[in-house]
Design a protein around this ligand. Sequence first.
Ligand SMILES: Cc1cc2nc3c(=O)[nH]c(=O)nc-3n(C[C@H](O)[C@H](O)[C@H](O)COP(=O)(O)OP(=O)(O)OC[C@H]3O[C@@H](n4cnc5c(N)ncnc54)[C@H](O)[C@@H]3O)c2cc1C
Length: 547
Amino acid sequence: MGPAASVRSIRPIGSNPYAIATVPPVELRQQNLDRLSGGSFDVLIIGGGINGAVTAASLAARGISAAMVERSDFASFTSQESSNLIWGGFKYLENYELKLVWDLCTSRNLMMKSYPTRIKEIDFLATLDKTAPFPVALAALGSVGYWGFGRFATKGPRFYTAKGIEKAEPLVNTSTAKGGIRYADAYLPDNDSRFVWDYVRIALDHGATAVNYCSVDKAERNGDLWSVAVTDTVSGEQHSVSAKAIVNAAGPFVDGLNEGMELETEHRIVYSKGIHLIVPKLSENERVLAFFDDTGRLFYVIPMAHRSVIGTTDTRTDNPAEGVLDEDRDFLLEQINARLDLDTPLTKADIISERCGVRPLVVKNDGNDQIDVDWTSLSRKHEIETDKAKKVITIFGGKLTDCLNVGDEIAEELKSIGITGTRASKDWFGEPGQAEWDAFFEAATAVGLDRAPEVEQADTMAEVVWRRHGRAAHRVLELIIEDPALAQPALANSDLLRAELPIMAEREMIVRPDDFLRRRTKLAMITHRDDLGADPGMAEINATFGF
Ligand SMILES: Cc1cc2nc3c(=O)[nH]c(=O)nc-3n(C[C@H](O)[C@H](O)[C@H](O)COP(=O)(O)OP(=O)(O)OC[C@H]3O[C@@H](n4cnc5c(N)ncnc54)[C@H](O)[C@@H]3O)c2cc1C
């Protein structure tokens, strides 16, 4: 294992009462902003969701000079609202999207292999009752086929009678169940937006420039270069950037940006809204429960630390910022209450937090604004389109699961417009190998982190810290060795350690409270906002991050 970076650069700030105060968190952002302002790059990436972040990492790893700007925080739009699943898309078999499922299974397998702690295999227990659109036997056959599509990389499927479901998961109301199946897929125990951040960090480590809270206002093609006007939404200052090519990774907003750049595209985006409700933990079993709602659509109960996430929905909308409506909440609560044997049915008072996003779905841009199809049947595949004359590449749609393909495809596509990088080393993504984990675990055991975490889905605290920080986890240990009190949780009911705060302040471009509470961690999703506000640990957090 390589030597851990020194923590000597961590220094006290002003009158901060905490001994471990760190470098001001603005420093990393300011360094990047300085590089961005007036800078000239091969590629400017607009949008810091999963597609923008993985593109920045992939290009930087190939030695291409890349800058990425995100108008809010990284992953603060669609990429923080997913179901946190890294999956082959079993349900897309319903629409005979065989190629999509094959490709997603391939991506899932690569992701599971590359991220043994950040991505976990998990069982899905699907109950089929009268609302299921097909018989149990067909579902069982489908689960075997799905396992095959996944090249048997996960635990094999199993068929259940209604009685069998009752025994395996007494929480499920089996009164109208015809039977069920179990199959396996994977999920992100630490949250989608943290996963996106990991790619931003890879991009930075490979020399890319990345700045959050920077909005692209205008882009003009002058000769061989794009001249782009960017506003720093924190200071209000304007900056100009030039680039040979643009990658439009603005997710639900790609069409507006393309219009601004006077581009005509073969594809465009429509929106499908999905919500999740986070409630106290419903099942003690670490598995996903799957049900068909009254419209015959699959929805889930997914574990998140000591909470359960119910969702998602799939409704047509024209407004990407619509948010959770009362009718969405009522629908999901009614559906789940009908399918679980709870002592007391869930009500709105049980909701700890909510998630809501729009899937950017790709359709043909053929002038037909009235798409008359069942919205849930629209494909979830992504399309990449290149305007060779103007040197703009647009990413339409996509999933967290196949983000690595997007990174590779953009690098390939750039060659067609004359921007060629070097061959990326195989380990530009993924966690460090087993030997490094073993060495870390030994060091973490020495400071007592081999204990079980209180609220996380992991075997040990060592795993939780490693999962969050990778190699930088060694610096967390160094701080704990200097001051064992830093092994204490930063907040009640959390497994975030005090020693992690200064490391995050230095490395993670955290500007606003929700960058930390909602995106780099999932604290704001598993804890009521009021409880977070009242937690004495918030004083240290506010001081460390300068909130
Ligand atoms: C409810 C729901 C559940 C899902 N579940 C899953 C799942 O379980 N597994 C899975 O693999 N996928 C899932 N997905 C799909 C996946 O989350 C999305 O496809 C993916 O997050 C889209 O990422 P993106 O980078 O394209 O868009 P975004 O994450 O929206 O990123 C685009 C970014 O561009 C920025 N931007 C826009 N305009 C500008 C500008 N002018 N200047 C600078 N920045 C700008 C925005 O602020 C935004 O942050 C789900 C999606 C939804 C909605």
